[in-house]
Write a protein that binds this ligand. Sequence first.
Ligand SMILES: [Zn+2]
Length: 393
Amino acid sequence: MNISCSAREEIWEIPQSGTARIAGYWDPEGTPVSKPSFVKWRNGKLTVVGLWDQRMGDSDYFLWQDYYLLPGWIDAHVHLALDGIDFQRSFERWSDPLEMDQIMKQFLKHYLELGIVGIRDGGDLSGYAWMAKDKVKRGEWMGPEILSVREAVYRLGYYGRFLGQGIHNIREWEERKEMFFSQGLDQLKVIVTGLISFRKYGVVGPVQWTVDELKKLVQDAHKRGYKVMGHVSGTEGITVAIDAGIDSIEHGYYVTKEQLQAMSDRGIAWVPTVAPVGNLLTRSTRRYNLEEKEILRRILSAHLESIFEAYGGKVNLGIGTDAGAYHVPHGDGVLDEMTWFAEAGVATLDVRKMATLGNAKILGWEGFGRLQPGVLMSRLQLSDQILGTKTLD
Ligand SMILES: [Zn+2]
């Protein structure tokens, strides 16, 4: 079996059972321990983690004493079938399955090297991420566990043509939904609005559904046990998503204080995906001129303020990157997104809690995001990060 050593960006092969010395450990429900410690595991699962005792001796221990043991990160929003560099090139690559296999394998391995043990994929028209998920599950490929929406539902003629086949209206949904669900999916993703404009502040692509229409989609998914994630930005679209009873708001640019309050009250998660906007300002790109960068800065600063507001208002915040979007690299994007959350004013330890336990809850995954007996060693990471102790409460 494997464990991610994010401190060295390596994947280590370890035996099914063993003991190791470690520098310390952290479970998101507890306080970080940064004293010499040890961990024991049997049949791939953690059995004990605790403080090191001199009397334990040195023999038969893995010497991981430079590393802290913590749960692996989860990225709550990626697009494995896009490369983060060139959308058109990514799109063309979809007609070459062999090249797709090769590039997705690289991305998946890199996730593990960075200690990212789970990802939620927001879909692609060809269903590449869904196929990748099966390959990882069968052990053919090395990679994080994948939750995949397979393809997204959007209204034909609106934004989303590369994310799914699309439907014209709810009547068509009624006719095709059994087939849609029988293809397989882990969550339902609905495109509720278009993209935000980088050229005009406040402008968002049109809302695709009425509250009643979206409610229908959400209820059909809930009846079958699937959570619903909504790609949505702009005040109008976010209200539709909240009223329709969606489980998570993805992106959510231009969210208002009142909407954040409603999300907190109803337990709707928010995955704000800062990286696709923020990274355009921190990484060098000539695609946008000075005026556009000024707009991006305005969008970013309002978004970071909303994240801080959501944090104080106990909204369930998720770390999701939209990896595969322009300038959002697979794997490294998670570290970018965590930095953006810290920039918004979220305490470091809380950011880490969101990227582990918080995301596991959004994905509906047991056995992820915790450091406790019974958890698989392959869902943990060895990190060299100094653990902060500051939290909001
Ligand atoms: Zn997406």
